[in-house]
Design a protein around this ligand. Structure first.
Ligand SMILES: *[C@@H]1O[C@H](CO)[C@@H](O)[C@H](O)[C@H]1NC(C)=O
Ligand SMILES: *[C@@H]1O[C@H](CO)[C@@H](O)[C@H](O)[C@H]1NC(C)=O
Ligand SMILES: *[C@@H]1O[C@H](CO)[C@@H](O)[C@H](O)[C@H]1NC(C)=O
Ligand SMILES: *[C@@H]1O[C@H](CO)[C@@H](O)[C@H](O)[C@H]1NC(C)=O
Ligand SMILES: *[C@@H]1O[C@H](CO)[C@@H](O)[C@H](O)[C@H]1NC(C)=O
Ligand SMILES: [Zn+2]
Length: 472
């Protein structure tokens, strides 16, 4: 079938679209892998058209420009904040103005926490003002603060061994950075573990791959039956200095003041838009990123980039006049940073249709130059995805890794739906993550173009293939 597509300036692209002559018997695919390979290879010209539009054509730098306008206008978008609600309203309008289909908001109740004023002053062995960021959901201190001697540990094991020394102290965790998923346990559970051994507060070395005296915030969790104590992150530099002081036998005393407060949940929304499928409209390929962020910096990288390349994927496909067989659904999640609150509700409300989700995709690890896709799915699905990645040869992003991930798509992946996430330079990502440095300055328009092209090609081809991705 020959297909005419128009860009916004009326440039005509001639695209050959494979008609997808799959043979079904009792609902089971009878296609051999050779046939599947050929089917996917037929998307070569479509993939090139998407790449050309995103990387070299009319859409060059569009996702970057759109993102910078939003984050410069609204700023950071903390769960429960007016900024987040403003961003959702703007995106709702943007997606309609972009003439996407079925643009709507799905209501969700989300947490509302505010950090208030906060400070930490080292009083002994010398006066030193420490940079801190309170952790999401932490309680505050009394108005006069908490002044106490510090106990420095490098691990939960060391804390347990030295439990008798912790009572009445402020526990400082100086855990080394191993990787995010390992080291973040200290941020998430540091307060609970310190409270169990009688500490008054906890200060946690920021979970980051690099530091220029930057504290990095993030969510922490209290546990039922364990006293709630205030908790904040400190810089790598201060954590190491406090550890050196303690190892020399110095008594370290810190005064911690935090005005943090938890308020009742507020109304928010997941923001949804679609290109409705032309043959199997009930079947879905989902592309996503989260619209909320922490309250420092601009939330440009985490996850403005992921949200905007996901929007861009639909824009690119629409601009080329393409309409896949299945529905391509964009979801901009709310309150991801509080533990995937919007995504969990979406899963609860949509899981009845789980058999019709071919692939769930989330970009939440940066939109720098992609090294490839992380993917979780059956061996058969992986083999198909490898073929799809070959279509990205023109931009040299052909690698398919294991372990597709993303807080917001994890519910689907655990339930057996194939899942894909964009992988790039994680050292850079975790250098700026959840810090004041997460601004447009770390974003690169040309890298976003490539990321958007990867996202659009993969989502389009999987949505347009005759068959859904096979599961286990
Ligand atoms: C896109 O951004 C790159 C890098 O900043 C710049 O060189 C190029 O001129 C931009 N293209 C457009 C169309 O603005
Ligand atoms: C992180 O490090 C831990 C401990 O070394 C390791 O078991 C785990 O596989 C690593 N995770 C990732 C995602 O690399
Ligand atoms: C599930 O699919 C059915 C039909 O296939 C559709 O009518 C319904 O709206 C879908 N439900 C959700 C929550 O998407
Ligand atoms: C799945 O999609 C098919 C075809 O589009 C539709 O007939 C069916 O009702 C859907 N099933 C569910 C559970 O949504
Ligand atoms: C293509 O990507 C591979 C793997 O990421 C890399 O090693 C190689 O240098 C790249 N080639 C070009 C021409 O950029
Ligand atoms: Zn994120």
């Amino acid at each position: 079938m020959k297909f005419l597509g128009f860009t916004s300036t009326g440039v005509v692209h001639l695209l050959t679209i494979y008609t997808g002559a799959a043979i079904y018997q009792n609902g089971v695919s009878q296609n051999t892998f050779q046939e599947i390979k050929e089917e996917i290879a037929h998307y070569k010209d479509v993939a090139k058209a998407i790449i050309n539009l995103a990387v070299y054509g009319e859409a060059q730098n569009r996702s970057y420009e759109r993102l910078s306008l939003l984050v410069d206008t609204v700023g950071p978008r903390l769960s429960g904040s007016k900024n987040l609600e403003k961003a959702i309203q703007i995106m709702y309008q943007n997606l309609q103005d972009d003439r996407l289909e079925n643009v709507h908001l799905e209501p969700v109740k989300i947490p509302h926490w505010e950090r208030g004023e906060e400070s930490a002053m080292m009083l002994e062995p010398r006066l030193h003002k420490m940079a801190i960021l309170g952790l999401g959901s932490s309680i505050g201190t009394p108005h006069e603060g908490i002044t106490a001697e510090v106990l420095v540990v490098t691990s939960f094991d060391e804390l347990r061994r030295r439990a008798s020394e912790a009572r009445g102290k402020i526990v400082v965790y100086n855990q080394p950075y191993v990787n995010y998923s390992k080291s973040v346990q200290y941020r998430v559970s540091g307060a609970v573990e310190a409270a169990k051994v009688g500490a008054l507060a906890s200060l946690i070395r920021s979970v980051t791959s690099f530091s220029i005296y930057s504290p990095h915030t993030g969510i922490q969790k209290y546990q039922d039956g364990v006293p709630k104590i205030p908790t904040a992150c400190i810089t790598v530099e201060d954590a190491e200095m406090v550890a050196r002081m303690a190892s020399r036998g110095s008594r370290v005393v810190v005064q911690l003041k935090m005005g943090a407060k938890n308020y009742p949940d507020v109304d928010s929304f997941n923001t949804v838009a679609e290109i409705i499928g032309r043959k199997y409209p009930e079947q879905v390929v989902l592309v996503s990123g989260h619209l909320d962020s922490w309250d420092v910096g601009q939330g440009a990288m985490d996850d403005g980039g992921g949200a905007f390349i996901s929007w861009e994927a639909l824009s690119l496909i629409k601009d080329l006049g393409l309409r896949p067989k299945r529905t391509l659904r964009l979801v901009l999640w709310t309150a991801e940073e509080q533990g995937g609150i919007g995504a969990f509700q979406y899963y609860q409300q949509h899981k009845a249709n789980i058999s019709n989700y071919s692939l769930v995709m989330e970009s939440d690890l940066g939109t720098f130059l992609p090294s490839g896709l992380q993917f979780t799915g059956s061996e058969k699905a992986r083999a198909i995805m490898k073929e799809v990645m070959k279509l990205l040869q023109p931009i040299n992003v052909t690698q398919l890794f294991t372990a597709g991930e993303g807080t917001d798509i994890s519910f689907w992946i655990q339930a057996g739906v194939p899942g894909a996430s964009l992988l790039d330079d994680l050292y850079k990502y975790f250098s700026f993550h959840h810090s004041r440095g997460d601004t447009m300055t770390v974003m690169d328009p040309e890298q976003m173009n490539v990321a958007a092209a990867v996202w659009a090609v993969v989502s389009y081809v999987i949505a347009d293939r005759e068959e859904m991705l096979p599961r286990n």
